[in-house]
Design a protein around this ligand. Sequence first.
Ligand code: ADP
Ligand code: MG
Length: 228
Amino acid sequence: MPAENSLEVHHLFKSVGQGEHALSILTGVELVVKPAETIALIGESGSGKSTLLAILAGLDDGSSGEVRLLGEPLHNMDEEARARLRAKHVGFVFQSFMLIPTLNALENVELPALLRGENDKASREQAKRLLEQLGLGKRLDHLPAQLSGGEQQRVALARAFNGRPSVLFADEPTGNLDRHTGDRIADLLFSLNRDYATTLILVTHDPELAARCDRRLRLRDGKLWEEA
Ligand SMILES: Nc1ncnc2c1ncn2[C@@H]1O[C@H](COP(=O)(O)OP(=O)(O)O)[C@@H](O)[C@H]1O
Ligand SMILES: [Mg+2]
């Protein structure tokens, strides 16, 4: 049964460090995200956006509170169960692309499907189609170092969407790109997102990018505040 909400966060706290060096990053985050909603997470540098994103995606633990991703209680799951959930339902795009340098574009896109144990011929065809759709049909056997930043991020988009994720987490996906290339990546991101009806949680400090999302939530003083 599909979960009613993609994300439900209640009373989430996160502190790091000990004693006089303790730092409270999140101090009571509340959040409900509906399927296929697009959310911009904004806030000043150091406000905790990446920390929050990692917890929402099940890559990191909160100190206390509840985080339900697709109805699954991340706060009660061990790392193995969370990894299974991520592999099946979650996609990631990062500012620094995070491609595997020794694999070519096609292999980078295929790898998550192979790790999920999907049929390699079908998954290869699907990876190819996605790369072609993103204008990289002639770059399939290029290594990341042989691709421009914008091309690498298109490979990362193909990898993220290849698993048909229910939820996509993107942390400043245009942050390392020039304006023009960044706009092109954003167009592709929103277009894939519409095609697959993916829930999108997008960290950005770019107001234009944030304006393209359904809602904008600002992280300030460890809490989320809805903006117009
Ligand atoms: N594991 C950690 N140990 C110590 N400090 C951390 C840790 N993770 C994050 N921080 C600090 O928490 C704050 C929030 O970081 P981050 O989530 O990266 O912010 P943002 O993504 O909004 O720039 C920063 O001050 C950062 O230095
Ligand atoms: Mg960050």
